[in-house]
Design a protein around this ligand. Structure first.
Ligand code: HGY
Ligand code: MN
Ligand code: MN
Length: 416
């Protein structure tokens, strides 16, 4: 299969302009985005993406989880498509590039192919996966998880947000529930471009991250139940303080992660205290622990230590404890041929690159179970992400999209 010429490049300015255009939808309060899944802002972002796909003559398919598939035909209609994409939904205080770079990077590939009238043997499909972030509706990568057969669609539809709204109802409400059966599509390969969301590439001066593996994740939701009582008149020995239990388990989570360095991270990002009154001892707290590691053994070891330690804390403080796993995926090893295509593309284009393990989870982590998959990363400023100050440079986005371009069209086969 002929290799793309090194001077074959995408239009970095056009990609940047589209990133800035999409960033206007669901603006945050500090320069980033709040375009959470299945909100009206998400619907607006989808419509803008749809209009751009229409302008390129792509045929759009939408499945029953709302995932969008925009296809550019290949010369061989029997050849399985090469898929490329990520997600347009954001965190509540998210950045402009997390996920969006991967979807619009895919669009830029199509715009460049159309502009240059280059044909590929395999069709190329851009994907916008629904609910990658998993903030409003846990777990993360929900639609790609259903696509890969990890969750049932009914289970996904029954996920509830903090206001008690159901995923399925919200998907129908915004009008983006398609009729395609989820997972019915077969892929020749899947490539995802994403910002690193960590400090390594920028700190070490690399343009490109060639992602060989992804960390595994465990989200454990803990409910501690004590007894609401007066913060002033209740003697200390009589208290059943659920808030104190959460504080000690927070410390335990950090201790377990530090005891498993360098292959572990752990934190609590979401917590709700009830009744959350200044002068009532918390009778109940609900919080989610996020443990991650590239090693199966470390993941298991951390979970065992957490279960033991959390139960000891609850017993000592006279609290009831419930622990429920609300998110999980195993550590991932990406497809060697796809990783090699990315490495070759980066070398051909003259970029500096480093093999890297993804710290964050991505739709590619699930799709890797059903099709040859790999990821490309670009640096981000100070490694910051899941923060409205998330930032990248135009050069980084252009380099990442160029590598994506070469990996995708070499895999799809350029037709001379
Ligand atoms: O949580 C994650 O790793 C992803 O950003 N949703
Ligand atoms: Mn992401
Ligand atoms: Mn994210």
């Amino acid at each position: 299969m002929s290799e793309p010429a090194a001077n074959l490049k995408i239009n970095g300015d056009r990609l940047w302009d589209s990133l800035m255009e999409m960033a206007k939808i669901g603006p945050g309060i500090a320069g980033g985005n709040n375009r959470q899944t299945l909100t009206d802002a998400d619907a607006q972002g989808r419509s803008l993406f749809q209009s751009w796909c229409d302008a390129e003559g792509l045929s759009m398919g939408i499945d029953q989880m709302g995932t969008m598939f925009a296809m550019r035909a290949g010369t061989d209609s029997d050849a399985l498509p090469v898929y490329v994409g990520s997600h347009l939904d954001t965190q509540p205080t998210g950045g402009k590039y997390d996920g969006v770079l991967g979807v619009l990077g895919g669009l830029e590939i199509i715009r460049t192919l159309n502009e240059m009238d280059i044909k590929t043997r395999h069709p190329i499909v851009i994907v916008n996966w629904t609910n990658e972030e998993g903030t409003r509706f846990a777990p993360p990568m929900l639609a790609s998880g259903v696509f890969a057969g990890m969750h049932s669609q009914d289970w996904a539809y029954a996920r509830k947000d903090a206001e008690g709204k159901f995923f399925g109802d919200e998907l129908k409400r915004i009008g983006w529930c398609g009729d395609e059966v989820v997972g019915s599509r077969k892929m020749h390969a899947f490539f995802e471009l994403h910002i690193e969301q960590g400090p390594i590439l920028e700190a070490e001066g690399f343009d490109i991250g060639v992602v060989t593996h992804g960390q595994g994740l465990n989200w454990i939701q803990v409910t501690l139940t004590g007894r609401e009582s007066h913060t002033g008149s209740t003697p200390m020995p009589m208290r059943k303080n659920a808030g104190l239990g959460m504080a000690r388990i927070t410390e335990l989570v950090h201790k377990i992660a530090m005891e498993n360095q360098p292959q572990a991270v752990g934190a609590i990002g979401q917590c709700n205290v009830y009744p959350n009154s200044r002068n009532i001892i918390p009778g109940k707290v609900v919080f989610t622990i996020d443990f991650r590691s590239p090693s199966f053994d470390t993941q298991d070891r951390m979970e065992v230590a957490l279960t033991k330690g959390a139960n000891e804390i609850a017993s000592e403080l006279g609290l009831e404890i419930e622990m429920e796993k609300v998110g999980h995926f195993d550590p991932v090893t990406f497809n060697k041929d796809c990783v090699h295509a990315i490495q070759k593309a980066s070398d051909r284009l003259g970029y500096s690159s480093k093999e890297i393990i993804s710290g964050a989870g991505h739709d590619a982590c699930w799709i890797n179970r059903s099709a040859p998959t790999a990821m490309i990363m670009c640096p981000c400023v100070d490694g910051l992400s899941h923060n409205e100050a998330e930032d990248i440079t135009k050069d980084w986005s252009t380099a990442g999209a160029n590598v994506l371009f070469h990996a995708v069209i070499e895999t799809a086969g350029i037709v001379d």
